[in-house]
Design a protein around this ligand. Structure first.
Ligand code: ATP
Length: 218
């Protein structure tokens, strides 16, 4: 179990904080707005009304004992930057910050923040991807343009044998096949596919795009 602090409990910060609690971690939530703190206080390990631009306050909260701190102050870029500076002064090594603009991002980069998060843009990319590839229900970007993609088979693929779907996609590796609760890692090329089957595949973006086009034409 690790200890985290989330500063700024708007919709993004509150979601991060409660997800971490769900993963059995200790979370201290901090917000200058009483209403946001009260909304979430019964779900977190501690929830505190405090101004995170005040270094003494952060020090008193023993924030330096946390394994990582997420700064989720959005609109007030000055407050976000001041808060990060104080966290750095307190010696916190792992700082993740939500950025609102390019300028905000640039300053955070110069401050040596470990991870800069753009939740709206990330969500926009995900939505665009799933609109252009409707069979893709989830994907994960790996390093170097590699993706891991969860594909749900539709009526059009029902009755095809696995090799008929995947044989030409030699650059793509099928990691698993799932039907209901059953998961197979070694897939018989002659397996007859059904609507609702799930495939998890891995490959470079271009071969995956070609595969997705082929899905549309089958
Ligand atoms: P979201 O999209 O997560 O709802 P947002 O990006 O619109 O939020 P804001 O609502 O501006 O960002 O800020 C998120 C939270 O940070 C708010 O609840 C706000 O009260 C809190 N906050 C702003 N300044 C400070 C500060 N100096 N100290 C602590 N909390 C702060």
């Amino acid at each position: 179990m690790a200890q985290f602090a989330v500063i700024g409990l708007g919709s993004f910060g509150a979601t991060v904080a409660t997800e971490l609690i769900g993963l059995n971690h200790d979370v201290i939530g901090i917000d200058s707005n009483k209403k946001y703190v009260e909304n979430i206080s019964d779900q977190l390990t501690h929830a505190v009304i405090a101004d995170a631009t005040d270094e003494h306050v952060l020090n008193e909260l023993n924030i330096q004992n946390c394994d990582a701190v997420v700064v989720a102050i959005g609109e007030d870029i000055e407050a976000s930057i001041l808060c990060v500076l104080h966290l750095k002064n307190l010696g916190i090594e792992k700082i993740w910050v939500k950025a609102k603009s390019k300028a905000h991002h640039m300053i955070l980069t110069h401050l040596g923040v470990n991870k800069i998060i753009h939740p709206e843009e990330d969500m926009g990319v995900r939505i665009a991807q799933s609109l252009s590839y409707p069979m893709v229900s989830r994907y994960m970007a790996l390093e170097d343009n590699h993706y891991m993609v969860k594909v749900e088979l539709k009526e059009a693929q029902q009755g095809l044998r696995f090799h008929q779907l995947m044989d030409h996609a030699t650059d793509i590796k099928t990691l698993l096949h799932k039907r209901g609760p059953d998961i197979l890692f070694n897939i018989d090329p002659n397996m007859v596919l059904q609507k609702g089957d799930v495939l998890v595949v891995e490959g470079l973006l271009e071969p995956l795009r070609r595969l997705s086009k082929q899905f549309k034409t089958i």
